[in-house]
Design a protein around this ligand. Sequence first.
Ligand code: ZN
Length: 393
Amino acid sequence: MGALRRLLSQLAVLASLGLCACNNPGVTVLHDPLYRASPHVSTITATGVDSKDGIDSVSITVTIGTLTACNNGGFTPSLIPCRTAAFQFGRECIFSHEKGPAVCRFPLRLGDRSLVTYTATARNSRGSTAKTTPITYAAGAPLTQATIHVVFFDITVPWETARPVWWHTDLPLGQTAPDKIDVGFFPDADWGTNYQGFTDGLQVIALGSFFNDTNPFSNFYRFWKNEFNLWAGPAGGNGEDSCVRSLSGAASTVSGAVDGKAIVHQAAFRDCSDIALGGLGTSQSTLTDAAWVFTHESGHFLHGLGDEYQGGGNGNVSDPANTWTSQSACQTAAPGLGLTASQCAQIGTTGFWHVDDGGVTTMRDRDLASDWRTASGLAVGRRMSKCAGGACY
Ligand SMILES: [Zn+2]
């Protein structure tokens, strides 16, 4: 298309928008703590940004109810929670053309088995608004039983659901929710009865991987955070050195509700993961680079990527492959992916090959400046595109 035609089409787009070169406000929102299994004060913080026109208002709307199993009283209770006794309220913070971040905080005192959904809206001085999609999270002690109906009898049975930490829901709850990559975090046996220690560890990993880190390794997941749901599971995980890991009991049952699973542990041992589209891995929350390690492991258990260093698991089930078993296979595949065949390099002396563009890559380099590169970047990008298109796997 010629430059003139391009200009005309851009003008046509501007005209259809009312020829307004104006700026729309932005808004972000997050609750803190992400999940805690005892009564606590949870603070929802929404930030409106419009450095040109200024923010006049930031509001937070909240729906709170009691977490229960769906189909409570039917034959099979659900692993994904429902809500009863819901009521809605909100808070509006007023500003006067605030051109810096306009921060609105809403503290909520939450009891056991709470289920909270919130949205935030920012309005600028010209009346334009931005709104977040609804996020649902659980708080307080989890559900421990459900009622099932057998013939003429209602029987109470032990029952646990997945506890949403960051769950994209439509309102009202119970309608079909958009498909996301569902990540489940499960406590390792090394927390003993200290479930809150596990939830604090989960918070370190989740905040650093999806929300508030500023290093390159987390750029991708922070940008795509709305394609993920994060869940906490009940006790029953166990990881050990030498890549031993398992989920049993309620943890195993609840794991059926998620795609990828991470056992969060505090003791030091080398982390491992299935190389699978929805596998099980381990992640140590007490490392200073815990979020990087989780992100690397998720490359294995969410995207099926192979390690790009010698001494890991170099096979893959990713789309596209990020490792090949010969130089010629790598060189054949690379041009079709927009990659450079001459950058095909052997991974040490493993007999596996990858495309090495010289940058630090999350499937090889334990470095906060790493990112998803070459074929691994394409594979993670394709997964996100599928998710945004409505079917993650
Ligand atoms: Zn690895």
